[in-house]
Design a protein around this ligand. Sequence first.
Ligand SMILES: Cc1cc2nc3c(=O)[nH]c(=O)nc-3n(C[C@H](O)[C@H](O)[C@H](O)COP(=O)(O)OP(=O)(O)OC[C@H]3O[C@@H](n4cnc5c(N)ncnc54)[C@H](O)[C@@H]3O)c2cc1C
Length: 370
Amino acid sequence: MHYDVIIVGAGPAGVGIGSLFKQLGMERFTILEKEDVGSTFLKWPKETRLLTPSFPGHGFGLLDLNAVVPSTSPGYAYDTEHLSGEDYADYLQRIADHFELPVERGVSVQEVHKDHDRFFVETSKGTYQSEFVVWAAGEFQYPNNRPFPGAEHCLHTGEVPSWNSVDAGHHVVIGGYESGVDAAYHLIESGKQVTVLSKGEPWSNDDPDPSISLSPFTSERLDKIIDRQELSLVEQAHVIRVEKDENGYLIHLDSGESMKSETQPILATGYKSSLSLILEHFFWEDSGDVRLTESDESTVTEGLFLTGPQVKHVDVIFCFIYKFRQRFAVIAKEIVTRLGLSVQEDVFDEYRKATMYLDDLSCCDNSCQC
Ligand SMILES: Cc1cc2nc3c(=O)[nH]c(=O)nc-3n(C[C@H](O)[C@H](O)[C@H](O)COP(=O)(O)OP(=O)(O)OC[C@H]3O[C@@H](n4cnc5c(N)ncnc54)[C@H](O)[C@@H]3O)c2cc1C
């Protein structure tokens, strides 16, 4: 099995870049997906919605924030501004069907090696070979569920099928960013009481970049519950350990205080990354970010590209769909050129207009909100 390009993962990043490859006439590529198209979104708690609003502004040159292909609009297709995970997975599946993307389901990538100019991608279904690899395996399916000793006693937000099905009573949510506030909102709406323990005060941060502060959708929902007696927000609460005994759970803070919980504490501590599978192929900055070239290629392993929310350039974090889709055309153009295929400027132009295609990184400093 030898391809020009192997894309790993069929989420918005893999489907988005795969659709662009198809529009460029590329045929010798495959998408290896361990489960199904959009599987991350199918794993979201049932009540969770996209934070970024979908709005069909195409006629005026504004692409729906959650679209991964120009001229599509998840909002218009599902008649809602905030899609559920199930609807968004369906949107991705429809894109994959439309472009007849070569998605190979049930193929889990375990390792990647490079020998001379060829990649060997080791999977649950054998070895695949290619000239290039585009890593699009995301973060969600690699939860940060061991942030402190005893975290194994907790339940990660990514493992909750529905907030309605969580036991009644009082719940402690560890982490106060998007997932923590989302959990608190849905728990309270379904009749429970919640204490949120947060290291910082994300609800007080008014940075205009939603990669840093709470999104307006979440702030608005927080406003609805903030005065309810069922909610308690505790700032500067750094959890260092959780213990479990026959009476429940004991949550220890670095201040020396501790708190009891009868219900399983909920971890809203974010995600590691699928890059944990291929760590050795990247140079890691002290900040924990990967260093990439201006074309989002690894600086360690030539021919290995990264797309999705882990991409960061200087101070610009591409962790939303409307951000990382700006880089699909950058990667595609580099690969097409190196394969010696013709560069179809009209397709790239469409992406440039629709996605605000960011191919000049010189603005990536504190002075802009790309
Ligand atoms: C609760 C929540 C709400 C969010 N809301 C928004 C929002 O409103 N707007 C927004 O822009 N972003 C939002 N995000 C972030 C968004 O979900 C991610 O940025 C997006 O899913 C990343 O896309 P991706 O394709 O890189 O990864 P994923 O969507 O995680 O897709 C990765 C795919 O790769 C597959 N895969 C993983 N590992 C392997 C492997 N080893 N081998 C083969 N296949 C593999 C997975 O099965 C999956 O299908 C939210 C995230 C969460 C958790």
